[in-house]
Design a binder for this molecule. Structure first.
Ligand SMILES: O=P(O)(O)O[C@H]1O[C@H](CO)[C@@H](O)[C@H]1O
Length: 309
C-alpha cells in the first residue's frame, strides 16, 4: 500500500504512537462523537487523550459541543475492547476541505480499526420521530454528493483504494443487528430506537420549511450536516460502518404558511389576532438534547463495542 504525500499519514501515526501507551495503540473500533455527544468518553477507561493540534494533518473543531481530541482507551466489561473516539468532528461549513473532514477516519483505519461507529445530532423530518429518538441509519440521501461535493473526489489517498465505491451496503446490517439486540437488552422500545434515512446537507443554515418538506418528500427521516463524508471514506477504507442519529429537534415543516394578509385584515377590523408561537431551532437546543439523551446512545454504543470483542 502506498500513501500519497499531501496527507501526512505516517507523521500522524508516529505522533499518536509516541504518546499513546502500547496496549492502546491498535484500537479495534473507531467512534465519532457528534454535537453534544462527547460524553461518550465517560464509558472509556484507561483513557488517554491526544489533542488534534498535536497530530499532523488534523484540523481543529470550531463548533461548540465538539472537543478537539482523540480518546484512546478500553470499552466494555472484562478485558475491554481497545477503541479510539473522536471527541469532535470537522464539518465542511467550518471551512474545512472535504479531504480534511475525512482525514481522521483514514488515520483511524491506518491505526487498525475495522469497525466505525458514527454518532450525530440531527433534525427530525419524519413526524413519527420524537425528539430524543435514536435512529440507526440504513441509508442516506446526499444531494451535495450528487452535485459535486463528494468526499471521494480527487486523487486516491492509497493505491489500494477503489476508485468507484458502492453504497448499497454502506450501513452494516450486522452492526445494526447488534444495535437492536442491545436495544432489547437495555429495555428500549421501538419508539426509542428505530431505523431511518439521513439527508446530508452542507449547512450551516438549518432547513427552510420548503427544504424540510422537500427532504421529507424524497424519503429522508432525519437531516444533518455531517456523517455522510465520513461514511464514504470509511467504506473506501474497507471499514464496517454503523451510524446513529439522535433526533434533537423537529424540522419545521408547516402544512400551511401563516396568512399574514388575513391577519392584517382581522387587525384592521379591530379584532384580536392570535399569533402562532415562533418555531426556530438553535444549536444550544441541539446540545441540550444531546446532553440529556446522550446516556442512552452511550449505553447502546457500549453494548455494540462489547459484542465486537
Ligand atoms: O452532525 P453533528 O456533528 O452531530 O452536528 C449537528 O449539529 C450541528 C447543528 O446544530 C451541525 O453540525 C449538525 O450536523
Amino acid at each position: 500500500m502506498h500513501d500519497f504525500p499531501d496527507l501526512p499519514f505516517d507523521a500522524a501515526i508516529e505522533a499518536i504512537k509516541a504518546t499513546v501507551p502500547s496496549h492502546l495503540q491498535s484500537p479495534r473500533v473507531g467512534i465519532v462523537c457528534g454535537s453534544g455527544l462527547s460524553g461518550l468518553v465517560d464509558s472509556i477507561r484507561d483513557l488517554h487523550l491526544v489533542p488534534y493540534n498535536t497530530i499532523p494533518g488534523f484540523a481543529e473543531s470550531t463548533v461548540p459541543g465538539h472537543k478537539s481530541s482523540l480518546a484512546f482507551g478500553l470499552m466494555g466489561s472484562g478485558e475491554g475492547v481497545p477503541v479510539v473516539a473522536m471527541l469532535g468532528r470537522f464539518h465542511p461549513y467550518e471551512g474545512h476541505d472535504l479531504r480534511v473532514v475525512v482525514y481522521p477516519i483514514r488515520v483511524m483505519a491506518r491505526l487498525g480499526i475495522t469497525n466505525l461507529i458514527l454518532t450525530n445530532a440531527a433534525g427530525g423530518l419524519n413526524p413519527n420521530l420524537a425528539v430524543g429518538t435514536i435512529v440507526a441509519l440504513h441509508d442516506h440521501l446526499a444531494l451535495p454528493n450528487m452535485t459535486g461535493m463528494n468526499a471521494l473526489l480527487g486523487p486516491l489517498t492509497s493505491s489500494s483504494h477503489a476508485r468507484f465505491v458502492p453504497l448499497s451496503d454502506a450501513y452494516s446490517p450486522a452492526l445494526r443487528r447488534l444495535l437492536f439486540l442491545g436495544a432489547h437488552h437495555l429495555g428500549l422500545s421501538a419508539d426509542e430506537v428505530t431505523e431511518g434515512t439521513y439527508a446530508w446537507v452542507s449547512g450551516p443554515t438549518y432547513e427552510s420549511p420548503a427544504e424540510g418538506r422537500f427532504l421529507r418528500l424524497v424519503g429522508a427521516d432525519v437531516v444533518g450536516m455531517s456523517t455522510v463524508p465520513e461514511v464514504l471514506a470509511a467504506r473506501q477504507e474497507g471499514l464496517n460502518v454503523m451510524a446513529l442519529s439522535l433526533v434533537t429537534n423537529a424540522v419545521v415543516i408547516p402544512e400551511t404558511y401563516r396568512d399574514i394578509r388575513a391577519e392584517v385584515a382581522t387587525e384592521l377590523a379591530g379584532k384580536p389576532v392570535e399569533l402562532p408561537p415562533a418555531q426556530v431551532v438553535s444549536h444550544e437546543e441541539v446540545l441540550e438534547i444531546g446532553k440529556a439523551k446522550g446516556q442512552v446512545m452511550m449505553k447502546l454504543v457500549e453494548y455494540v463495542v462489547s459484542a465486537l470483542s
